[in-house]
Design a binder for this molecule. Structure first.
Ligand SMILES: Nc1ncnc2c1ncn2[C@@H]1O[C@H](COP(=O)(O)OP(=O)(O)O)[C@@H](O)[C@H]1O
Ligand SMILES: Cc1ncsc1CCOP(=O)(O)O
Ligand SMILES: [Mg+2]
Length: 278
């Protein structure tokens, strides 16, 4: 890691968290969309975690109580999904487990705005979205086009800080350079690949990986940084041998699997920054 002030900002480095994740693979309940289910499950398995795409309301609450973490994604929203989300969040909270919200395309329709507002009020541990989604959640103008972000991470940083303070969640804004804040601390993470936004559901998969890291982390901030650093390092490695989004995809899975905890800390480019602007 490149920034000497990081030990002040992070209690547990990405390597520490990845070591624990691989030694005791966490069961992660992922309520995600139909596009992402298979892709995200493979991402979690490659990274070293144990995914379960369980969302029906009849069992979602019971399952959340036995999982290490829950992730909730509104990508292919419908009434039954929302019922499952409510039940799972109740189960996770009852069991004291962290849960992560992915507000896919939350700016796009009245239904998405309403459901996202309800979910944020239920106090997610972590919120992870692209810059357009985070700007919309923060009450700012969003240029998002459906599920795709069209804003820069930089313009979403102020909103992310306010959202973190107002919601109590750690907020991650992803894009070319990622930004993570809890309203007090903030870091930027470099890496990844321009082929990543050309592969559907990688953001959704990253949200699920945030859950995997949060399952055993002492702090949600460190867990979020760990998961994003893992993606950034694997993405940069995979880009090196790829000729386009198609050849990038299998290389990315291989890289998620191959990176060791020591290599993760050595290759991650993480910079601490001021959470409160001067
Ligand atoms: N231009 C880019 N260069 C490098 N990495 C990127 C780029 N755009 C997105 N990523 C990475 O892709 C992953 C998914 O982020 P993003 O595309 O913002 O989410 P979403 O798929 O939800 O819109 C993150 O790890 C992010 O850092
Ligand atoms: C294409 C699409 N349509 C509804 S959900 C979804 C996947 C979005 O995935 P991501 O937000 O990770 O790009
Ligand atoms: Mg997304």
């Amino acid at each position: 890691m490149t920034d000497r002030s990081l030990p002040v900002v992070l209690c547990q480095t990405p390597a520490t968290l990845l070591r624990t994740l691989r030694a005791e693979p966490p069961l992660v309940q992922c309520i995600t969309n139909y596009v992402a289910m298979n892709i995200a499950a493979n991402v979690l398995l490659a990274a070293g975690a144990s995914p379960a795409m369980v969302w029906d309301a009849e069992e979602a609450g019971d399952f959340a109580a036995i999982a290490g973490a829950l992730t909730v994604n509104i990508g292919t929203l419908s009434g039954p999904f929302v019922d499952g989300m409510r039940a799972a969040i109740r189960g996770a909270e009852g069991a004291g487990r962290p849960w992560v919200l992915d507000p896919v395309a939350c700016q796009a329709t009245a239904l998405r705005r309403r459901v996202t507002a309800e979910l944020v009020a239920l106090e997610p541990t972590i919120i992870r979205g692209n810059a357009s989604e985070i700007r919309a959640l923060a009450g700012e103008a969003s240029r998002g086009q459906g599920v795709d972000g069209r804003d820069s991470v930089t313009v979403a940083e102020d909103g992310a800080r306010r959202l973190a303070v107002d919601s109590g969640a750690v907020v991650a804004v992803t894009g070319e350079v990622d930004y993570v804040t809890d309203g007090r601390r903030a870091v930027r993470i470099e890496g990844g690949s321009p082929f990543m936004p050309m592969n559907t559901a990688l953001g959704c998969s990253l949200t699920c990986l945030c859950g995997a890291y949060a399952a055993s982390a002492e702090e949600a901030f460190d867990a979020t940084v760990g998961a994003l650093a893992h993606f950034a390092v694997a993405g940069r490695r995979a880009h090196a041998g790829a000729t386009g989004p198609g050849s990038f995809a299998p290389r990315f899975l291989d890289a998620l699997h191959a990176v060791t905890p020591e290599e993760l800390d050595a290759e991650a480019v993480i910079h601490a920054t001021r959470a409160v602007p001067a």
